[in-house]
Design a protein around this ligand. Structure first.
Ligand SMILES: Cc1cc2nc3c(=O)[nH]c(=O)nc-3n(C[C@H](O)[C@H](O)[C@H](O)COP(=O)(O)OP(=O)(O)OC[C@H]3O[C@@H](n4cnc5c(N)ncnc54)[C@H](O)[C@@H]3O)c2cc1C
Length: 393
């Protein structure tokens, strides 16, 4: 029997172009050599290793699908997916940093911004000289962002922003926040995107400490008290909830791929440990019960890889619908979460230790399961698509 690659049982690697593979391999090499040695210390301290941000810029991972004229790498949708996979092999917090900067900050500026906004922000965000965040969720409005209370009141030369945003990745770190607010007292149609800059009077942030998940990622609250945002900082190209939802689609796409990386890391760790650890005078991977777990993990990983690959093809052809992306985000994260927990089981007591890494991934995936549309909400999106009957309220 020919030797198999246990992490690629369906030879999915062959489905990628040489260029896509080389982009992925460069990021994976960096993750292994540079990021993995840092993560334990930062995870324990609850900090993000900011020193890697310029290196990520050099690797070309920020806004990687956007045009070169804005300092971006202009890679294919699939290559961007593989970048996310390689980053989340390291840590979901690392992938979150890049997803937010790329899909939730650079994408809306590129897609809905003025040419002046693009030229001002995109090259700096691409190089990592500036960091961005995305403010949609509020303390009272998570799964239902259309209910947002943050208001932008038109005044001479701009708007006065009042309200608060909750659970914002990179909030305290950000030089620019893409904030979604309702203009006046109108309905969902009046939602607009505002580029709120660090240092604007009345804009404050506070970091959530004591998180048990995504510890190596900064999560913050944003507060706006009569923050004057000039008209030139409003995204001119979009109005309504479709603005933020289209950004979430970009980020969810990256998550569907990223989950493959976290799952692969945990599966490989479990396989390695299962071969090395002996009990009753044999490697534990030789017991039927452990093989059942490992074979289920391998099957789930294969399915995840195929879903991500097909989604990448469709996205590259501009045919990936929000429902397809939703399906992939929900199921790949669900499978990754199961794989990470099973890897923890296979490690026995060692599995609860930071050094075995698998519980770090398992804990991270709790956040990934909840953000960018909870697992339940993605069931509702798919449910509506296949039945024609919305069941949100
Ligand atoms: C680490 C982290 C980082 C984040 N980063 C960002 C960010 O950068 N920017 C941003 O804007 N937001 C961010 N979020 C917020 C995230 O998107 C929200 O947490 C998510 O949308 C869920 O909202 P909620 O937590 O208020 O839960 P809720 O909406 O209150 O939901 C609570 C529970 O009820 C369920 N539920 C809700 N509605 C329904 C329904 N109609 N039918 C059935 N069940 C339902 C949910 O599935 C969930 O299980 C982040 C969250 C985390 C944890």
């Amino acid at each position: 029997m020919a030797a198999i690659n246990p992490s690629d049982l369906y030879l999915v690697d062959e489905l990628f172009s040489e260029e896509e593979r080389s982009v992925r391999d460069a990021v994976l090499k960096w993750v292994r050599a540079r990021f993995l040695p840092l993560i334990e210390e930062h995870y324990e301290a609850g900090t993000f290793p900011l020193e890697v941000v310029p290196e990520l810029g050099e690797l070309g991972v920020f806004g990687a699908t956007l045009p070169e004229e804005y300092g971006c790498a202009a890679v294919s949708a699939t290559a961007y997916g593989l970048i996310n996979q390689a980053l989340e092999y390291g840590d979901s917090g690392l992938r979150s940093f890049v997803s937010v900067q790329s899909g939730l900050v650079m994408y809306p500026i590129f897609r809905y911004g003025s040419e002046e906004q693009r030229r001002r922000w995109l090259p700096l965000l691409a190089s990592g000289e500036r960091v961005g965040c995305f403010g949609l969720t509020e303390p009272n409005h998570g799964s239902n962002p259309g209910g947002m209370e943050t208001r932008a009141r038109p005044v001479d030369g701009g708007y006065l922003l009042n309200g608060a945003k909750a659970w914002i990745t990179n909030g305290c770190l950000a030089d620019v926040a893409v904030v979604w607010a309702k203009v006046g007292d109108g309905d969902g149609k009046s939602i607009r995107g505002f580029l709120v800059e660090k240092g604007m009077t009345g804009f404050a942030t506070a970091e959530y400490r004591k998180k048990l998940s995504l510890r190596a990622s900064v999560t913050s609250e944003l507060f706006f008290k009569d923050v004057f945002v000039p008209t030139e900082n409003v995204l001119p190209g979009v109005e309504g909830l479709r603005g933020p939802l289209s950004c979430l689609n970009q980020a969810r796409y990256g998550i569907a791929w990223g989950a493959v990386g976290a799952a692969q890391f945990c599966y490989e760790a479990a396989l390695r440990y299962g071969r090395e650890r002996t009990q009753f005078d044999r490697p534990i991977a030789g017991f039927q019960l452990q093989q059942l777990k490992l074979s289920e993990m391998a099957t789930a990983l294969t399915r995840m890889q195929l879903i991500a690959w097909r989604l990448g093809q469709l996205k590259g052809e501009d045919r990936a619908t929000p429902v397809m992306i939703s399906l992939a985000k929900r199921d790949n994260v669900f499978q990754a979460r199961r794989i990470a927990r099973t890897a923890r089981e296979i490690h026995g007591a060692m599995g609860i230790m930071l050094e075995s890494q698998v519980m770090r991934h398992a804990n991270n995936l709790e956040s990934v399961y909840t953000y960018e549309g909870t697992h339940d909400v993605h069931h509702l999106i798919l449910g509506e698509a296949i039945t024609g009957l919305p069941a949100y309220s």
